[in-house]
Design a protein around this ligand. Structure first.
Ligand code: ATP
Ligand code: MG
Length: 291
């Protein structure tokens, strides 16, 4: 566990998100490389303090999460400034970038690769759900790839806590593009089953379909993705962009994930045994060289 920010040396910027910036850093004593995510809080000091309190609490849980399908968090530090300051998350460095980066350059992926991505995400979800953690932000930029081509889930907890608390503070963060019908339309949600584990399965379905068609699959290309259009497509849209070249297994897998009624949707356990996932995963987790 890393406790001092001064022990870390910045090497490069890895990317920017809604709430902050991610740097590649090196631990000066051990020479180990990590990713450091810095979340900046807004002007609203009251809100910042609240987010920080929540995030620190969540950070304690994050440090307990230890799965080879989930990006490790080695420490949560804060700048200890009066104004709420920034928060620093020391994470496992994932040198292959995100699935979003891969999709930007390659557009579409072969089914064998998608199958391995799906399997890794399902394994990660099985682990998190087993710890009673709902991710709630599964999307291509939060699926990261390391130097060995292994895919892992990132950013559970961290962004969630920040987004939730900020929302309460009346500043909307993030996008609903990968959210399930029961999440974008709370009327559908009667909350008697778990705490929304099924929502993570929906998001995986959108990601998997996006990998095949090469673009966000729920709205036609060129159409503006404002809130109303998205909510309509998610809750009522019947036309998914199912590619003609898709195998029957792929088709069925996506349909089990994108079942609008969360009670009927495939569960993580069921989908881990789905032929789309089992037929190409030889127990090997490594994604093909192009990663
Ligand atoms: P959002 O703010 O909506 O979550 P995002 O996921 O793109 O969007 P960040 O989580 O801040 O934003 O990540 C920004 C980028 O930094 C990612 O797209 C990824 O390329 C890179 N990145 C994040 N975490 C790591 C990591 N642990 N190792 C390597 N690169 C990372
Ligand atoms: Mg992210």
């Amino acid at each position: 566990v890393i406790e001092n920010l001064s022990d870390l040396e910045k090497l490069a910027v890895l990317g920017h998100g809604n709430g902050g910036t991610v740097y590649k850093v090196r631990h000066k004593l051990t020479m180990e490389v990590y990713a450091l995510k810095i979340i900046r809080f807004g002007e609203d000091a009251g809100c910042a303090a609240k987010v920080q309190q929540q995030a620190t609490h969540e950070g304690e849980i994050l440090k307990l999460v230890d799965s080879r399908f989930v990006v490790r968090c080695y420490g949560v530090l804060d700048s200890a400034l009066d104004d709420g300051g920034d928060m620093y998350f020391v994470m496992e460095y994932m040198g292959g970038g995100s699935l979003q980066d891969v999709l930007r350059t390659r557009r579409r992926l072969p089914e064998t690769t998608i199958s391995r991505v799906a399997r890794s995400v399902l394994e990660g979800l099985r682990y998190l759900h087993g710890m009673q953690i709902v991710h709630r932000d599964i999307k291509p930029s939060n699926l990261l790839i390391n130097g060995r081509g292994e895919v892992k889930i990132a950013d559970f907890g961290v962004s969630r806590v920040v987004a939730d608390t900020m929302e309460e503070c009346d500043s909307c963060v993030g996008t609903c593009a990968y959210m399930s019908p029961e999440r974008v339309d709370p009327e559908r949600w009667d909350g008697d089953y778990s705490d929304g584990f099924a929502g993570d399965v929906w998001s995986l379905g959108v990601v998997v379909l996006e990998c095949h068609v090469g673009r966000f699959p729920l709205i036609p290309p060129g159409q503006k993705a404002d809130w109303a259009t998205l909510v309509f497509a998610i809750c009522l849209g019947e036309k998914m962009a199912m590619p003609e070249s898709a195998s029957p297994e792929f088709h069925d897998f996506v349909c089990r994930c994108l079942e609008k009624d969360w009670r009927k949707r495939g569960t993580v356990e069921e989908l881990l045994h789905h032929p789309f996932v089992t037929r190409c995963s030889s127990g090997r987790l490594v994604v093909d060289n192009a990663f």
